[in-house]
Structure formats: C-alpha cells, structure tokens
Design a protein around this ligand. Sequence first.
Ligand code: SF4
Length: 414
Amino acid sequence: MPEEKQVVRKKIAAAAEVAKFMAEYYLELDKAAKAGEPKIAWCTSVGPAEILRAMGFLVYFPETHSAMLGATRMATDLIPEANALGYSPDICSYLTADIGAFLRGVTPLAKAFNIDRIPKPDVLVFNTNQCRDVQDWFSWYGARFKAPVIGIHTHRGVQKVTESHVDSIAKQMQALIEPLEQVSGAQFDLNELKRVVELSRACSDIWKKILDTAAAAPAPLTFFDGTTLMGPAVVGRGTQKALDVYKILLAELEERIRNGEGAVEDERYRIYWEGMPVWGRLSAHSKLFAGLHANVLASTYCNSWIFSALDPEDPFTSMARAYTELFIVRSDEAKEKYIKDMLDFFKVDGIIYHDAKTCPNNSNCRYGMPQRLEKETGIPSLTIPGDLNDLRLLSDEQTKTNVEAFIEQLEENR
Ligand code: SF4
C-alpha cells in the first residue's frame, strides 16, 4: 500500500513575481477607485476583457476576489449573509461569498494588500458562457452601485462551434461598444483593440506553454501551483506586464525540466483534476497527493484561460470564437474528446473529478462522463464531493480515505 508521508514539494521561485504582479494589479485598481479615474469595469473571468481594456477601463474580476475569499477560508462564514437575501446556499458560492463579504464590509484584499474595499464599478460586463449566476451576481452589484450592467448571452452545451454561433456572439460584442463609449466618454479605437487582442493572444500562448511543461516526467509544476500562478492570465491578459511575468515563470519551469526536477519528489502517479479547485484546501490537497507521490499535474480548470483562437487581425470574430470554444460552453461529447486528448498528452494514470456542490457548470461527473471515459481509456477515476468555497460541503476525512484508496488502486493496476 502506498504510504502517505511528508514529501518535498518544490516551491516555484517565480511565484513571488506572480504575487508582486497581483499586488500591483489590485493597488492600481484601488488608486483608480479613489481618484475616480481611469474608469473601472467589472468583467466575468472568461468575458470580453480585451474590449474593456482597449477602451481604457481598468478591469476588475469578482471571481478572482471570491477565490481569494475561498483561499483565505473567509468564504464559508460569509455565505449566510447572501442566503438571508434570498440567494440560495445551493447556487454559486463565489456569488454568495462575495455578496456576503460586501454586506459584512470585509475583503481579503485588506490583509493581503492593505486595501479596505473592492473597487466601485463604473460598468459591469458579463458573459453567460460559463453560467447564469454571473449575470445575477453582477446585477445585484449594478443595482447597489447604480451602475449599468451589460452583457453577452451565449450558447451552452455546444457540440461543434459553427459560424452562426460565432456571428451571433461577435454581434453582441460589437453591441457593447456604444454603451461602453457612453460610460468611458472616449471613442472606440479598432487599432487599440487589435493591439490588446495581440497581447492577450501572446498571454494565452505563453500560459499554454507553462501548463504544457507538466507533460514532462517528472512534471515541474502541480495543478495546485497553477491555481495561483494563473492570476495574470485571468486578470492581466491583454497587458505586457502579464507576459513579462510569465516569461520568468516559463524559464524556471524549463530549467527544471532540463535538470529533471519534479514539483513532487519521486513522482509515481500522474493525476488529472477535472473541475474547480477547493480553494480553502489547496495546501491540504497538495500535501495529501504529494505525500502519496502523486502529482496532480494537469486540469481543465487552469486550461480555461487558453484562448488560441484570438487573432488581432479579426478581433471581434476571433474573440467570439475563443470565448465560445471554451470547455465549459461545450457538450459532453466535445468535453470528453478534449479530456481524452489531455490524458494522452500528459500521460495520466488517474482522474479526480471534483463534484462542486454549488457549481454544476464546472462539475462534469453527474451525467456518466467518468464511466464513459473510463470505459474508453481504461483510466480509472475518483469523484470527490465538495465545493469551491463552502467548506461545509466537504469531508476532509472522507476525501483523505478515498484518495488513499484510489492511489492504492493505481498501484495495484501497475
Ligand atoms: S462557473 Fe460556477 S463557480 Fe464560476 S461563476 Fe458560474 S457557478 Fe460560479
């Protein structure tokens, strides 16, 4: 039986550069919120950030803030505040924790960066490509701040992305320009959008290279590293700074590969993570798997900020395509093909499905996918019930017992 013990998890030095990037990002937003300029747009994490940036807005992403509420284990205690307003404990715990934090007047930005409140929006822009919850979430804040809420209503469960899907989303993106011009007071400049899309595409490409380093054996990074290293890809795509920090990170990971250094000492099992992270258990899960010489080295989640379709020469159409080709937008058949390609590329031994109670949109284990994929690939899987932010919805003991038994199964299968 594989024994859990304290295994060395090698720290990534460039994580300090990423942390510095995130600090500067939030401090710039805070400064703008206090000065009243530049204007601030809130955006969903896979929303049209490029348009907002090209129109001179600083862009704030509530999901990243709520992930911080989760990672700092503030979220669970805040969720009932939103429940009391009629937002069910069963809906997105990013939404409920974030609104709860606002109502309570707290933010993890205070301890991290000495920022006492989130930046007030001048406009809120959503894309329902990930879920409907983001629209409800942004609408609540829009009413609270008396700021306009505009968005893109996208297709869901898409098998093949067609021209008609792309056209309809591109048109909705173009329709955002006029209301955004009214808020910003500046005229839209197509060349500026092309410049930002070019930077965003470069960010996506380098982020992909970073994640792809995990195909090396041993893998130089883990999924748990990736969940925090992805900050610049989420909040900084379309900026030169995000690219600069990722160049440093990629160089470090490539050097690790040259030196044969793995992120987990004596890597024996290679695991794929499907679904959201459990933000309040990143460290615990990282230690649990490393202690069993298992490296959770790749995930659908971290790959969600790869937008290879972006093309500066055709910004609206390519953004529409990139934000519709995303995994979360697709049918189970398309998702299964994607995961199979990932299992091959990363040479995976087993899959963990996180069944996040409050996010059915990012939980892909409820309609027979694990069974179908195991039948086709022979790669076994384990489903962990839990949640992204609400720690009342998981059992640490059960998770530990099940993961240990799963790794034992992988050992026996050898
Ligand atoms: S995809 Fe899930 S976690 Fe993300 S905002 Fe929607 S419901 Fe919340």
